[in-house]
Design a protein around this ligand. Structure first.
Ligand SMILES: Cc1ncc(C[n+]2csc(CCOP(=O)(O)OP(=O)(O)O)c2C)c(N)n1
Ligand SMILES: [Mg+2]
Length: 356
């Protein structure tokens, strides 16, 4: 019989005011700690500035094809990365620049790939929607909705079988919860107690359709968790501390052999679905409301309220911007791939010849 489903709502922010912090004993060096917080600050900045650069490069006609930015959703990828072990696996969607970067993929590799250059993570042959860096545990960006959930479960199954202690983190959107692979992957992961953390980034929209228009329940992931005997977990996805805590619990559970978790992180993409989308379908004032809850704005204030010197906060931002500038120049100066590589890396053996 399935476990009784429990509900958890995590939306109350860590009280940031120094006075409140003293009173409630919530401090910079609490269960999260300064080092991890500064890392999450840096990761959120890296995502924000690389995404903004991708946006600018597109309008300079240097990025071919479309791309899907995660500006506004930075806290989720950053907090989950801060929980992961270097050998854990990440599976993400076409909105995957963030998830790939936070695993330590180089900025040159990411921006170069977007520009179709030799220095790109895939030698310029994959582009924005296929970022992958296996050495860093970034196991691919998947453009087919839901396709990577069973694959993430498969990687977790391998880790379970070999007893390596690795876990899979699988990121997907709200729209993905209405596709069969979501349900199949959840079911099997629970039945086999697989070490996988499913993270639904609920940004309220699919391509151009509000998720609420086409979904039977209010919380597209969390309200379905009970059908698989899982706890219903909803977290404020714009607060990295809150995401960190639920992700850490889920990772601990998976590593302890107690099976998967499903986290629904509520967030918002600041721009449209992709380049092609000016997002005119959004109700007036909605974007402005979410901009007030910008994850970087929330986190900057958190650090300052905790007593981190503003100069330290600014220095990290300056270093990130310099790194993005350097990576941009490097990628711009990298060649486009020669046609000799057209038929390489098609199969795992590096070639393209037909095998029976
Ligand atoms: C199987 C499949 N059906 C349809 C599409 C077209 N499509 C691309 S993105 C998208 C919306 C996905 O929305 P969501 O899961 O909420 O992710 P988000 O873009 O918000 O991150 C759709 C329907 C697709 N890529 N794959
Ligand atoms: Mg969505």
């Amino acid at each position: 019989m399935a476990k009784r489903t429990t509900k958890r709502r995590i939306s109350k922010s860590t009280k940031p005011k120094k006075q409140a912090a003293r009173k409630s004993k919530i401090q910079l060096n609490d269960d999260i700690g300064e080092k991890t917080r500064l890392r999450m600050w840096q990761l959120q900045l890296e995502i924000r500035h690389v995404e903004q650069r991708a946006h600018d490069l597109f309008f300079q006609n240097l990025i071919k094809g479309t791309s899907h930015l995660a500006i506004g959703q930075e806290a989720i990828a950053s907090a989950c990365a801060a929980v992961m072990r270097p050998d854990d696996y990440t599976f993400c969607t076409y909105r995957g620049h963030a998830h790939t970067l936070v695993r330590g993929a180089s900025m040159e590799g990411v921006l170069g790939e977007l520009m179709g250059r030799e220095c790109g993570l895939l030698g310029g042959k994959g582009g924005s929607m296929h970022l992958t860096d296996v050495e860093k545990g970034a196991m691919g960006s998947y453009a087919i909705i839901g396709a990577h959930l069973p694959i993430a479960a498969g990687a977790a199954w391998k880790a379970q079988y070999l007893k390596t202690g690795q876990i899979s983190f699988c990121f997907f959107g709200d729209g993905t919860t209405n596709i069969g692979a979501f349900h199949e992957a959840l079911n099997f992961s629970v039945v086999w107690k697989l070490p996988v953390v499913f993270v639904c980034e609920n940004n309220l929209y699919m391509e151009y359709t509000p998720i609420s228009d086409v979904t039977a329940v209010e919380h597209p992931a969390a309200d379905r968790a009970g059908a698989y005997g899982l706890e219903s977990i909803i977290v404020d996805g714009n607060d990295a501390d809150l995401v960190y805590r639920v992700a850490r619990d889920a990772a601990d559970k998976a590593r302890a052999g107690d099976g998967p978790s499903l986290i629904e992180a509520k967030t918002y993409r600041h721009s449209g679905h992709s380049r092609a989308d000016p997002a005119t379908y959004r109700p007036e004032g909605e974007l402005e409301k979410w901009l007030e809850r910008d994850p970087l704005k929330i986190y900057r204030k958190r650090l300052i309220d905790f007593g981190v010197k503003e100069s330290k906060v600014v220095a990290i931002e300056k270093a990130v911007l310099e790194a993005v500038d350097d990576a941009t120049e490097f990628a711009k100066n990298s060649s486009t791939p020669s046609k000799d590589v057209l038929m390489t890396e098609v199969w795992a053996d590096g070639g393209a010849s037909w095998r029976n």
